[in-house]
Structure formats: C-alpha cells, structure tokens
Design a protein around this ligand. Structure first.
Ligand code: PMP
Length: 402
C-alpha cells in the first residue's frame, strides 16, 4: 500500500521539489494537528487566509446553513442569490461610499483579472502600471503585472504595455500618463516581505492617477479583512481607490474573491460587448455565506481593533541581535534575518517545535509572521517564544561554526 505521502508526490502536481508535506488531520482556531496528533501553531494563516482562525464556529455554521438551502444554481449575475446580495451589501458598507458595486470571483488572481479588464474597458486605454516585487496572482493577466522578471520571463509573451515602477519612489510617478489605464498597487507589498509605503507617496500616487485619468487599483487580497489593523490597508493612507481587489481572508477558509468599484465604472461590463466579464462559480453561495460570516465575526469580535495591541506585543517580543529589522503593519510582520540560510534554519526549527512560519516569494531572508487575528496574547507569546528560541539556536550554531 502506498503511503499518503507517496500518493501526494505521485499524483498531485508539484510546483517545486520541496513541498512542506505536512499531513494535517484537523485544524481549529490558531492550531493545526497532524496525523500523529502533533500540534502546530499557524503563524501564517495559510498565507493570509485564516484571519478569523481555522473553522471559526460562526463560519462553519453559515456554511452548513447554506448547504442545506442551495449550492450552485446558475452562472454568476443572473439569479438573485441572497448570500451574494448580503455579501455585496456588507462590503459596500465597509468601503468608501463611491465603491458600492461588487463583482464576486473565485480567487484573488481572478479578482485582479477582472479589475484590469474593467480599467481598460472604462478608460479605453491599454497601459498598465505596476511596481517592482509586487505579486497579484499567477494567471496571465495578473502575471503580466507581477513586479518580478524572474517569475515572469518563462511565460512570455504576456500582456503588452506594462510598465514596472519602483515602489515608494515619488519621482517615478511622473511615468503615469494619459496613456495609462490603471495603476495596480498593494497597500503593503506582501511577497516583497511586507514592505510599507509612506503616506505622502500613496497620496501622490492617488493624485497622479486622478490628474491623468488613470484608475487606481488597490490590491487588498493579502492586506484586507482587518489584517493591517484597518479593515482595508488603503485606509491607513487617507486615499480612496477606484477599484479594490479582495480574496484570501474574505472567505474564512472557502475560496472567494471580489473586485469593488463604483456602479458607473462597473457599468462598462454591460455594453459593447454585453457580459464583459463572465464566471460560472464566482460568488458561489456557500462561499458567499462563509464570507458574510467572516465580516460579522470581524465586526462582532472587534478583531481589527485588537490588531494594534497584538502588533505592539509582537514588536516588543521580537528582540534579538540576529534580527536585522522588522517590517510590515498590524499582523503582517516580516523579520529580516540577514540571509536565506539563517531564515530557512529558523523556519525548519520552528516547524520541528510546532510553529508554522514561512519566507516570501521575493524575499527569502525574511521570516513571515501573519497569525490569525483571533490569536490570544498567550498563544502569541508561546508561539513567539519558539520563534525566538529558534533564532537563538541558529545564531549560536552559526557562531560556533565560524
Ligand atoms: N494579490 C496578492 C497581493 C496576493 O498576495 C495574492 C496571493 N498570494 C494574489 C493577489 C493572488 O491570489 P490567489 O492566489 O487567490 O489567486
């Protein structure tokens, strides 16, 4: 009899030769349990997904309730499905007033695809502008606006007319012009290793887009749903996007995404051609019901409001001579450990001792810490103790080998 691991390696498409390969049996709150019963504290939330923890009871109940009524009925946008209507209304209520129209997708990359198409259609322009080391998804359109040549080059030709600017550099904003359909930006750059822009730059970016009539798309797929200490990251900078993309934490563990704009902009999908953006499963009613529950939990349990105190606790605890610096916002922190070798050794030791961390796609020397927002101070303290012990162990080992 082949083992699960053997079947996993044989039949599930692998995209690297070193998958983590944890075999988890169940997950609850901040913790996952493997088939041997070993407990792991999840300090990365399945990469920014489990903002309300794993299997939050209200999310699970909402899923059960919806499954008992109906699942898929019809392709997106035709029937009035109450979980979709509720979710769109809830999201519109959380956004600036102008952003009152919601298109539901299955994933983050599809939300980005929709947003890019919408911007081209609304402005009648083709140029798209993005930033170095940004990640917006893995499908062709989203890949075209990825800010990393290494991950893009093998898949060319991609969308033409894409420019990559340096993030947080004011002089570069002059390259946004009357030719530009949209600029897509993250309010904290996720895969770059939680790099934060300064407020004047974000405001200058907004102003430049307005000046030349380009739409500003803010990708809140990783930063959204309370993770930075505001419901959406752009709120930190006092700016209003034209289009916002969401996914990851929105579904509380089920796959759903969205792009949100004004009804006027979104109206571009209705004519020439009609049905300008189509999806079969986007906004699946079970996923939409789960997303409604996520928003209710975030609001009811005041999880976003607690992020600042948890961030402060993390920053207070994350002290060690091997830590070069800590960047990020709220419960998305990147701990720069100076080299990939050091970082990898820390990640491996953490895993051995029951704590899940990670590095970043475009920054392998930084440790990713993005726990569920539901994590308690005690849970945070005990998990970070393992992280700090691991940093110390690797630090001592490195000292001895010198
Ligand atoms: N945008 C950002 C900022 C992301 O972090 C991600 C996923 N890492 C995506 C888009 C793509 O989302 P998905 O994997 O759901 O397609």
């Amino acid at each position: 009899m082949p083992t699960q691991r053997q079947l996993f390696l044989k039949h599930l498409a692998q995209t690297s030769d070193f998958p983590l390969g944890l075999e988890i049996e169940r997950a609850e709150g901040v913790y996952m349990y493997d088939v041997q019963g070993k407990r792991y504290a999840d300090l990365i939330s399945g990469i920014g997904v489990s903002n309300v923890g794993h299997r939050h009871p209200r999310v699970v109940a909402a899923i059960h309730e919806q499954v008992d009524k109906y699942m898929h009925l019809m392709v997106y946008g035709e029937y009035i499905q109450s979980p979709q209507v509720r979710l769109a209304s809830l999201l519109a209520g959380l956004m600036p007033a102008a952003l009152n129209n919601v298109y539901l997708t299955n994933s983050g990359t599809e939300a980005v695809e929709g947003a890019l198409k919408l911007a081209k259609r609304h402005t009648g322009r083709t140029e798209l502008i993005t930033f170095k080391d940004t990640y917006h998804g893995s499908t062709h359109g989203a890949l075209s606006v990825m800010g990393n040549e290494h991950f893009k080059n093998a898949f060319r030709p991609l969308l033409p007319d894409v420019q990559i600017l340096n993030y947080n550099v004011t002089a570069e904003l002059a390259r946004i012009s009357e030719r530009t359909a949209a600029v897509i930006v993250e309010s904290v750059q996720g895969e770059a290793g939680y790099q934060t822009p300064c407020t004047p730059w974000m405001q200058a970016l907004r102003a430049r887009c307005t000046e030349v009539g380009a739409l500003l798309i803010v990708d809140e797929i990783q930063t959204g749903m309370g993770r930075t200490g505001k419901m959406f990251g752009f709120e930190h900078y006092g700016i209003q996007p034209d289009i916002v993309t969401l996914a990851k934490g929105l579904g509380g563990g089920l796959p759903i995404g969205a792009f949100v704009a004004s009804a006027t902009i979104m109206g571009a999908f209705k004519t020439d051609p009609i049905l300008g953006h189509i999806t079969t499963f986007g906004g699946n009613p079970v996923c939409a019901a789960a997303a409604c529950a996520v928003i209710e939990v975030l609001l009811k349990e005041k999880l976003t409001e607690q992020v600042a105190a948890k961030n402060a606790l993390m920053l207070q605890l994350l002290q060690h001579p091997a830590i070069v610096r800590v960047t990020g916002k709220g419960l998305m922190l990147a701990v720069d450990l100076g080299s990939f070798a050091f970082n990898k050794a820390v990640i491996d030791r953490c895993l051995e001792h029951g704590v899940i961390t990670d590095w970043f796609l475009f920054n392998d020397r930084s440790l990713r810490l993005a726990p569920p927002l539901t994590i308690t101070s005690e849970e945070l303290r005990s998990a970070l103790q393992v992280v700090l012990e691991s940093i110390e162990a690797v630090y001592q080992a490195q000292k001895q080998s010198k």
